[in-house]
Design a protein around this ligand. Structure first.
Ligand code: ATP
Length: 233
């Protein structure tokens, strides 16, 4: 199978400090992969480098095309959706408008996509006319996910979607991620909470100090490897 995303020797940093050090990985179409690592391992930097939000060296290919040199907007247009840490929504806009402004240019496509998001998140449908600031944290996270889906991504990059949510809301958000994945969208899910991530992702990539230290089916990852990633051995 050809890879949807392939990353080879990705290196990035902030000033002198290296945050990613020769990261290589591949993601197939429709695959759900957990990106696991402790605080500061480089998960957010990796997602940002894939989008061109931080400068990086190395080879990046998406859907057969070279991403290097493409601006963030062009990468998004090619089918990479991104939900950053911390639920970016427009608080003063209605739920529906938050989705509309993230949608495709043609009104008919946009209307259909809004309905798809509402079918995926019935809680949002019930609040379509409310201002986004009135939503709960979990609902804002769902709106943030919905906004990314409006661009019809083939790969969705999620940065710590459960951060700051109660266990119950985090479970709801993960159930929604499971439904998105089941519908055929590839997902790369950066998480500090391995237990939840591994419930929806059959495969995990372990990141430690900017390097890939494990990559494979969840059953192949030893508890020792996971412990090492999270507690530094
Ligand atoms: P977290 O769970 O905290 O988001 P992470 O695995 O996503 O952790 P990154 O945020 O990618 O890790 O950070 C990787 C390294 O880069 C860390 O050492 C971090 O301190 C550093 N770093 C991240 N952002 C910046 C920045 N804007 N300026 C300087 N250093 C940064």
């Amino acid at each position: 199978m050809t890879m949807l995303l392939s990353v080879d020797g990705l290196t990035a940093g902030y000033g002198g400090a290296r945050a990613l050090d020769g990261v290589s990985l591949g993601i197939e179409a429709g695959e759900t992969v957990a990106l696991l690592g402790a605080n500061g391992a480089g998960k957010s930097t990796l997602l940002k480098a894939l989008l061109g939000l931080v400068p990086a060296r190395g080879a990046l290919r998406f859907d057969g095309a070279d991403l290097g040199g493409l601006a963030t907007e062009a990468r998004v247009r090619r089918g990479i959706g991104y939900v950053p840490e911390g639920r970016r929504v427009f608080p003063g806009m209605s739920v529906r408008d938050n989705l509309e402004v993230a949608g495709l240019p043609a009104a008919r496509d946009r209307a259909r996509d809004v309905e798809r998001v509402f079918a995926l998140f019935p809680d949002l449908a019930a609040k379509s006319g409310e201002h986004a600031w009135r939503l709960s944290g979990g609902q804002q996270q769902m709106l943030s996910l919905g906004r990314a889906l409006m661009g019809r991504p083939r790969l969705l990059l999620l940065d710590e979607p459960s951060l700051g949510l109660s266990p119950k809301l985090a479970d709801e958000v993960f159930a929604a991620i499971g439904r998105i994945a089941a519908a055929g969208t590839a997902v790369l899910l950066a998480e500090q909470s391995a237990v939840r991530a591994l419930r929806v992702a059959p495969r995990a990539i372990l990141l430690r100090l900017g390097r890939v230290v494990g990559d494979g089916p969840v059953a192949s990852l030893s508890e020792e490897a996971l412990r090492d990633v999270f507690f530094g051995g």
